[in-house]
Each structure stands twice: as C-alpha cells, then as structure tokens.
Design a binder for this molecule. Structure first.
Ligand code: SF4
Length: 62
C-alpha cells in the first residue's frame, strides 16, 4: 500500500474545516482548534480532493 504524508501550513490555514469535511481519514481538529494530519497507511482518494478544495491552498504532500 502506498503511504502518504501531508502537511498543513498552519500560518496560512484559515481553519475553515473543509479538509476535515472532505477527508476525515486524514484531517482532524486538535484540542486547540488547529488542523492536524493523522498518520495512516495508504493514500485515501479524498486527500487529493481536500488539496484541490482548500481555499487557502495550504495543504502539501511531502
Ligand atoms: S481546507 Fe485548508 S484552510 Fe481549510 S481548514 Fe483545511 S487546511 Fe485549513
């Protein structure tokens, strides 16, 4: 299975929650209200959709 690694630039993230709505397998909220990237095996299809729809264009794949 292909592994993925994504990161969110928290400086430009506007915390709209779209990535979490579109791809909860990868993205979630931290206790302090910032976006966190979950560790997981495989690369869910929704990751691409979240990257495309992020209004701040702040999700990157490493
Ligand atoms: S979609 Fe982009 S701007 Fe919105 S919460 Fe996710 S990373 Fe932040």
């Amino acid at each position: 299975m292909e592994d993925y690694a994504a990161e969110v630039d928290l400086v430009t993230c506007i915390r709209c929650g779209i990535c979490i709505e579109l791809c909860p397998e990868v993205f979630g909220w931290s206790a302090t209200g910032f976006v966190v990237v979950r560790e997981s095996e495989g690369r869910p299809d929704c990751l691409e959709e979240a990257i495309r729809n992020c209004p701040a264009d702040c999700i990157r794949e490493r």
